[in-house]
Ligand binder design. Sequence first.
Ligand code: NAD
Ligand code: DAU
Length: 336
Amino acid sequence: MAAKTIVVTGGAGFIGSNFVYYMLNKYPDYRIICVDCLTYAGNIHTLRKAKNNPNFRFAKINICDKPAIKALFEEEKPDIVVNFAAESHVDRSITGPEIFVETNVRGTQVLMEVCRELNIPRFHQVSTDEVYGDLPLDRPDLFFTEKTPLHASSPYSASKAGADMLVMAYCRTFNFPATISRCSNNYGPYHFPEKLIPLMIINALHDKPLPVYGDGKNVRDWLYVEDHCRAIDLIIHDGKIGQVYNVGGHNEMANIDIVKLICKELGKSEDLIEFVEDRKGHDRRYAIDPTFIHDELGWLPETKFEDGIKKTIKWYVDNEAWWQDILSGNYQKEED
Ligand code: NAD
Ligand code: DAU
């Protein structure tokens, strides 16, 4: 396969950084350019090892900054732009929605506009299963397919749905060469400790309360982050322009069961669990039907939840310096 230059926006965050490492490892002759403006969720220390690779470049740029994005793309002439950059936390979108519209909607539009002006051959939008809204708990036969109408519940998911609509509109109006993936909840290394799994692991390690929203019965469909990276790799190389691909591994778990499992793995008492006020508009259940990506691209998840969660807990135990830096705020000090 001919060597390519790939821009990865949001590559200092959770999934983007895993994707950077996945691609550098799998394609040693590809050039990987990470574009990230290092919000609170971006961590340049996560990319320390990547920075030693001569095929890697980090560019501190906001995706809404059109002149800076255009100058970078003119210089690097990417073959593919993969857009992970986003405000990603539902709770923050409830307390401060504006930045979600700015980054997730306008940022995506700026990237597409620059790609269009420079004739960049390929754009991939990393979206989410949350754009479909939620499913009831008493209908386990229902799943999200690519044909499920968009029905977002939170300002976060509405901003992601808005971006998806813009991508589809660019495809139709301008023949813009884009694909979209809508993935379920990821877990694994470098997950920012405001999200359920890393928060619970770190709190349990400190014997701190484990705050479970509402009745804890909300269901998420968990996928090990490397399986998501492999799906995007397949889509950007072999996917069909204008196509949406749902990505998920049929790994539905209630939040309370995950928290209990984390307690068990760490030898901590379930007495740490505290039921707290529910999230506003809290989606009940997400569940992806991944038949299409399996049939079209042969994608299947490789990591079973029982193995992935053990690997993830071990990663947090072994990489305490990474998350202690976040708790202390040191991670926002930049490196050379
Ligand atoms: P994250 O919050 O961990 O990382 C987001 C990254 O984007 C950070 O490095 C941040 O600095 C960067 N960023 C934010 N605003 C930016 C801007 N204006 N310009 C440049 N960089 C900016 O997010 P994540 O969990 O890794 O999610 C990545 C993408 O995947 C998002 O688009 C999200 O919607 C999507 N997604 C996430 C999940 C999940 O379970 N985490 C599942 C499906 C889809
Ligand atoms: O489904 C994909 C989405 O998954 C992504 O698009 C989002 O970017 C990502 O953040 C994630 O959204 P969730 O809202 O599902 O993830 P979060 O980890 O915030 O919460 C998971 C579930 O756990 C949810 O039902 C809320 C609950 N929860 C969360 C936290 C942080 C708790 O009960 N207690 C908590 O402290």
